[in-house]
Ligand binder design. Structure first.
Ligand SMILES: [Ca+2]
Ligand SMILES: [Ca+2]
Ligand SMILES: [Ca+2]
Length: 207
């Protein structure tokens, strides 16, 4: 069984994050992109002066406060046809998400009124969805509204569709508190089978 133990060590030691370790997901460990489901509209000053959509995930922690200005916020206006902004978060590895953090704009004129979240695993299969109606942001310093999520587990990609009742979508940040997912029992069983096969083959070679 020594080979089996070694194999298990290799598999679990590979990621720099420990299994079950709680992390705040932001630009340091995930990426975000404007999704193809974004409606026709304008991004106003969001990308002025070479700024990028990474402004969505640049809060250093879930407790961070951000002041609303041209370098910190994200603003999309859908055309008269309506719709909203789609964001796609690529998490790289699978996480169990426990809390959503959202920094909304401070007045109804421009704030985000609804977000439809859809969660996908590493195989691209949907593993959960939730709709959130965020509160107005705090003023003048905007802090996050924290929403405990009902256990979307093994999440590797998150799609978020943000809309405002008046076609305006303005917010500071999106963030998630999560734990690195523990492999499902079925994956562990496959791993054990693979290890057993290797050991059996080595024994046959020795004979
Ligand atoms: Ca920001
Ligand atoms: Ca509004
Ligand atoms: Ca609102």
């Amino acid at each position: 069984m020594r080979q089996f133990a070694l194999l298990m060590t290799c598999v679990f030691a590979a990621p720099s994050l420990g299994l079950g370790e709680t992390v705040y997901l932001n630009k340091d460990n995930i990426s975000v992109a404007v999704g193809p489901g974004t409606s026709p509209g304008t991004f106003n000053n969001t990308f002025d002066n070479g700024q990028t959509i990474v402004k969505v995930i640049d809060a250093p922690s879930a407790d961070a406060e951000e002041l609303h200005n041209q370098t910190t916020h994200n603003w999309f206006t859908a055309t008269d046809a309506g719709g909203g902004l789609e964001l796609v978060f690529d998490l790289g590895v699978a996480y169990d998400i426990s809390t959503l953090h959202f920094w909304n704009y401070t007045s109804e004129d421009f704030d985000v009124d609804n977000i439809d979240f859809t969660f996908f695993n590493l195989n691209g299969q949907q593993v959960g969805s939730i709709s959130v109606q965020p509160e107005l942001g705090t003023s003048p310093g905007i802090t996050s509204q924290d929403t405990v999520l009902a256990a979307p587990v093994n999440v590797a990609r998150i799609n978020a569709f943000l809309t405002g009742s008046n076609r305006e979508v303005d917010f500071q940040n999106v963030g998630f508190t999560a734990e690195v997912s523990v492999p499902e029992p079925s994956s562990l069983a496959l791993l054990a089978l693979g290890a057993a096969a290797i050991i059996a083959r080595r024994r046959m070679v020795r004979r």
